[in-house]
Design a protein around this ligand. Structure first.
Ligand code: FRU
Length: 538
């Protein structure tokens, strides 16, 4: 059945389990025979918290906004174990020998995942003869066993250059991403360790390697982003040239700088055996608190690098308000590497993220568009978003900062957007930019919800510095943010996605966002060049 009609707090356009517990995304692949995205996930159907036995749940979508639930796809060996995280590849050429002509090449899928128990973690293979709805377990499992209890989360992909399957997985507590290769998906040969890179935290989890398109174009010239883009982002880009760099994704838990779990990445090169980082930098994937265990889709259209993450944090994921289910995924995002300027003296590549919002699948119930709004401290602008908002909205704001205005460092020179509850406007989300710090902030703490006020790990405020999106003709910097709010999840894309921030938030029941108030703490500093907000429903 469909997930979209359930309880009043369930996100509308994000994947959630119909009941039970969800964590990491698993086995992501695109079936190009039927144009269907398949998303599996760590699933406990028996409770709304993590516990063994743990399964792979399964959902599919053609529009990336609505998901069909297919229940359990992969089972653990027994009740004391878990079918832990892993990935799926499409074995078009039947290198595994699992298939015959009765399975279409684009549906010859093989899952590689970790069979976990308290005494071992080994890698298992399973395959599907019906396009991903049911699985057969390889008879000679495990396919990889190094006698470890902390060895998991295989991400497999086809490496064209060496004509081999490559597996990256975590030797978690030795801080190693191990790389193996295979010709048939069942016998695996060790290639290299990527070891002691990045923020280490307690352990490494859910690594991934992907060949990401490099777009040689200044982001400010890219016009496709923003409210009018459709699902097929790269196809519309006016790209001057494209090549690729390899990106290693890595999940850390616990031990994130902001608490709990987070994703980092490294840019570099991969020769089929070894990943070599281009520099010693650790790059933060998402600056919010709720973006973990990112995985990319196998066989995505146009060779795009599309990925999805669990939108929660292991510090408090088991305690967030829930009725019959807990956990949701981020929107699917498209990743590219583009040049940007973290400061005026450096130009380098960073990972851009763009959410795939499928507008043909969403109804716009109300929308508002404003230009040229000068902000002052003694007046604010309030926009109401209709009487019956459903909790799904999208906005974008582009503004210019008059950096020559006379300001004291003592001034809290902010521009703030208050997203207010429709039933009770004392509950709100506050998103702002402060000029002296040149940083954004998000405050999710203005809520009556007990969990928000009582769970010490659910920290209310996140912030991040941000580079100008572009410089106006008069020399003043322009910034931009796009956001998608879906009931209890806010995803922010700064400056066309050069950085992102994904965060859960909880207001009282059905107190959906019903108005936006824009304020400034100072005079003559902020001009809103463009403000757009849409109330949406699925
Ligand atoms: C990451 C993780 C993985 C493991 C899975 C278990 O969130 O701990 O390392 O495979 O979750 O559900």
């Amino acid at each position: 059945g469909s997930n979209n009609t359930h309880s009043p707090e369930r996100p509308l356009a994000h994947l959630t389990p119909s009941a039970g517990w969800m964590n990491d995304p698993n086995g992501l692949f695109y079936d190009n025979e039927t144009s269907t995205y398949h998303t599996y996930y760590q699933y406990n159907p028996n409770d709304t918290v993590f516990s063994l036995p743990l399964y792979w749940g399964h959902a599919s979508s053609q529009d990336l906004m609505t998901w069909k639930d297919h229940g359990v796809a992969i089972e653990p060996r027994d009740d004391q174990s878990g079918a832990f995280s892993g990935s799926i590849v499409v074995d078009h050429n039947n290198t595994s020998g699992f298939f015959n002509d009765s399975t279409l090449p684009g549906q010859r899928i093989v899952a590689l995942y970790t069979e976990h128990s308290n005494t071992s973690e080994t890698q298992y293979a399973a395959y599907s003869l019906d396009g991903g709805y049911s699985f057969e377990y390889y008879e000679q499992n495990p396919v990889l066993d190094i006698n470890s209890t902390q060895f998991r989360d295989p991400k497999v992909f086809w490496h064209d250059e060496t004509q081999r399957w490559i597996m990256a997985l975590a030797l978690s507590q030795e801080y190693k991403v191990q790389i193996y290769s295979s010709e048939n998906l069942t016998s695996w040969e060790f290639q290299s360790n990527f070891s002691h890179h990045g923020i280490l935290g307690y352990q490494y989890e859910c690594p991934g390697l992907a060949k990401v398109p490099v777009i040689h174009e200044s982001p400010s010239n890219v016009t496709l982003h923003g409210l009018n883009s459709t699902t097929n982002a790269t196809a519309q880009t006016n790209v001057t040239s494209v090549d690729h760099k390899w990106v290693m994704f890595l999940s850390i838990n616990p031990g994130a700088p902001m608490g709990g779990s987070f994703n980092e990445y490294f840019i570099g090169d991969f020769d089929g055996k070894t990943f070599t980082a281009q520099d010693s930098a650790t790059r933060i994937f998402d600056h919010g608190k709720d973006f973990y265990a990112l995985q990319t889709y196998s066989d995505a259209p146009n060779d795009d690098v599309l990925g999805i993450a669990w939108a929660s944090n292991w510090d408090y994921g088991a305690y967030v308000p829930a009725e019959d289910y807990r956990g949701s995924m981020s929107l699917v995002r498209n990743f590219t590497l583009r040049p940007y300027n973290p400061n005026p003296e450096t130009t380098e590549f960073t990972l851009y993220s763009e959410p795939l919002v499928n507008y043909t699948q969403l109804h716009t119930n109300q929308s508002m568009h404003k230009t040229s709004l000068e902000l002052n401290s003694d007046e604010s602008v309030l926009y109401r978003l209709g009487k019956y908002p459903q909790g799904l909205l999208e906005f974008s704001v582009e503004w210019k900062v008059n950096a020559t205005a006379v300001l004291s460092k003592r001034d809290f020179a902010d521009m703030s957007l208050y997203f207010k509850g429709v039933k009770d406007d004392e509950e709100y989300l506050r998103l702002g930019y402060e000029h002296n710090a040149a940083a954004f902030f998000l405050d999710r703490g203005n809520s009556e919800v007990e969990f928000v006020n009582q769970n010490p790990f659910f920290t209310n405020r996140v912030s991040q510095n941000i580079e100008p999106f572009k410089i106006a003709e008069d020399g003043l910097p322009i910034f931009k943010v796009r956001g998608i709010i879906d009931r209890n999840l806010i995803e922010l894309f700064f400056n066309d996605g050069s950085s992102t921030s994904t965060n859960l938030f909880f207001l009282s029941e059905e107190n959906y966002i019903g108005a936006v108030e824009i304020t400034s703490g100072v005079d003559d500093v902020f001009t809103i060049l463009d403000f757009d907000v849409k109330q949406l429903s699925v």
